[in-house]
Design a protein around this ligand. Structure first.
Ligand code: NAP
Length: 317
């Protein structure tokens, strides 16, 4: 099925009313147990979509599924257990996804921000693994399902933080860092999300596949992103203080989910990037936005693609 035809660029802007009936369409949403992903899943379920909750924590998946069913009693929900920071887990999840049939939209939303230095089981730095390499592998392995839908889409959630990245993350991803700087690395992962999106969209077109790639960012939205990154804990102590600080200063997660929902459902050309229209793109209703010159650098896009293929051991599309 094709994306919602309810909105096609009219000047009055996009709103959630434009999502339209999504019955019969399947959306896989990563990071659906918290923050933006949970709001995206809820709104899609309200509009009749089959929503596949993709997440790493079975207990949180139970809680999320129960909450969504309370809000939308006839929600069409499925689940996929995946730890994006573990390439083996991503491969197992993709195998499990065989039972899902065609997938219309993969919303690659899960992410971590400014975590302390950690190496994953694959020897990768945690932020790059979670925010880029895992999602790169998942998208590649789900491609046949996206193609099978007849008009699939990959939506990747980036950030205003991509603007602060001074260079693309093209170093050896398994090398020990000289000096690990958690915030610059986060910004590089969010630049990677855009380099990936633009390169993927071009490669899909060149391959003649009816799948597009777009990106979105939520401005500044109240979620657990900051607290998790600083404490690696879901609740208590500093985690609760940081969550409260975010709630006091940011727009709601519900508002932050709107650009992602627009990117996932509106009739947009491949390579579009959607974000809030308010000052500095920090908050507000969604519209198509621009990204930095570095994110549009064709050499950086190609180099990151080749590095990613080698790192996850998958050549695609
Ligand atoms: N909030 C903002 O202001 C903001 C701004 C710009 C961009 N973003 C982007 O928005 C996206 C969503 O973040 P959020 O703000 O909603 O934060 P959040 O509330 O912390 O949610 C992050 C989600 O990602 C999941 N996740 C983390 N590591 C994972 C892994 N290894 N495997 C699978 N899932 C994993 C988390 O799972 P658990 O529930 O198990 O922890 C959680 O569901 C991120 O990509 C972030 O970079 C957010």
């Amino acid at each position: 099925m094709t994306p919602s035809a309810g909105w096609s660029g009219r000047s009055s802007g996009w709103s959630r009313d434009d999502i339209g009936d999504q019955t019969g369409r399947t959306f896989v949403v990563t990071g659906s147990t918290s923050g933006l992903g949970r709001e995206v899943a809820l709104e899609l379920a309200r509009n009749g979509a089959r929503v596949v909750l993709a997440a790493r924590n079975p207990d949180k998946l139970d809680d999320t599924e129960a909450a969504l069913r309370r809000a939308v009693p006839d929600a069409d929900l499925d689940r996929l257990l995946v730890d994006l920071a573990d390439l083996g887990s991503v491969r197992r999840a993709a195998d499990d996804a065989d039972r899902l049939g065609p997938v219309d939209v993969l919303v690659s939303n899960a992410g971590v921000m400014a975590t302390p230095y950690r190496r994953t089981v694959d020897g990768l730095e945690l932020q790059m693994a979670t925010n880029h390499f895992g999602p790169f592998l998942l998208a590649g392995l789900l491609l046949p399902r996206l193609v099978a839908s007849g008009g699939g889409r990959v939506v990747t959630v980036s950030s205003n933080g991509h603007r602060l990245a001074r260079s693309a993350p093209l170093g050896d991803p398994q090398a020990a860092p000289g000096r690990y700087q958690r915030w610059p690395v986060y910004c590089q992962t969010k630049l990677a999300n855009l380099l990936f999106t633009y390169e993927l969209d071009r490669r899909l077109r060149e391959a003649g596949l009816r799948v597009t790639a777009v990106a979105a960012h939520p401005g500044y939205s109240a979620t657990h992103l900051l607290s998790w990154g600083q404490t690696l804990r879901s609740s208590g102590g500093l985690t609760s203080i940081l969550d409260a600080a975010m709630r006091a200063t940011a727009q709601s997660a519900e508002a932050g989910a709107q650009p992602i929902l627009m990117a996932a459902t509106a009739a947009l050309p491949g390579g579009s990037y959607v974000g809030p229209r308010g000052p500095g793109e920090w908050r507000g209703a969604p519209h198509v936005v621009t990204s930095t010159r570095l994110s549009r650098d064709r050499d950086a896009q190609r180099s990151l693609w080749e590095l990613s293929e080698k790192t996850v051991d998958l050549t695609w599309p």
